[in-house]
Design a protein around this ligand. Sequence first.
Ligand code: PEP
Ligand code: MN
Length: 338
Amino acid sequence: MVVVVEHNATEKDIEGIIKVLHDFGFDVHRSTGVNQTVLGAIGVKPDFDTRQVELLPGVAHVYRITEPYKLASRSFKSEKTVIDVGGVKIGGDAIVVMAGPCSVENEKQIFTIAEHVAKAGAKFLRGGAYKPRTSPYAFQGLGEEGLKLMRKAADAFGLKVITEAMDGTQLDLIEQYTDVIQIGARNMQNYNFLRELGKASRPIMLKRGLSATFEEWLMSAEYILSSGNKNVMLCERGIRTFETATRNTMDISAIPVIHAKSHLPVIADPSHGIGIRDKVIPMARAAVAAGADGIIVEVHNDPDHAKSDGAQSLFPNQFEELMKQIRLIAEAIGRKVA
Ligand code: PEP
Ligand code: MN
């Protein structure tokens, strides 16, 4: 932590600041220039609240130079985390594609979609059995029946399963059917739930909260990591901004920035990221170009009659086109699509 002292601070102010820093347990290194004194404080704990120094007389600015998260950070682990989901590696050279409907609706729907996305090259079947809907009157998902159908459809076509858990009471059940547990944007800061995920037997895909900063998102990952589950991937799914032309603003910058800050794999969700079907493919291309380790995308055999998110779901032939295009982009940046 670096403490910049005000120009007109007195020697007494500076000594007072140094004493407080010592009392907090820091080693203090003072450097005095012609116009400015700067104090370097070594040994700052991740949970230290810098405002406790900011408010001292004579302090101009306080800069934290270490991240408040540890296990999620690149400085803690420099090599990228690769999560092996039954032979499908997430975070390695190959880009993993997860595709399927927003919600599992019935057997015919999920089998039709699973067959199609598997043939086109997806490795995971996505789909919700428990849906976090803005309206309590909207379709909430098929529950356990949806999990069973999804597992059956995925197994029939050699796919892995990713599905959302909304709270800790669902975990035992969902773990029986899924390969990766998705945590929705709305639950990113449900800290008790994040702690429970630390005990889960499956890898976790943690979506970015609707208005979460990178630091908040990584702190949420830290909850899961520090509770014992090291298999965490992050998912950029668009954030709230002042723009109203799209459902969310797909923050492509999250991909390289998180990769620099963290060793965890980053997945991109262009479907929720932009929320408009004909803009999903360009967003997927951009995400791959920016270095995403995977793409999760909504695909439906009859999107006009989908029970949720039909307007952002690709038609099966559009998904084939997406696969074709991202293969080209992956190759251009020295990667491939798994
Ligand atoms: C979903 O994947 O269908 C979903 C509800 O995602 P999010 O939590 O990002 O809104
Ligand atoms: Mn959806």
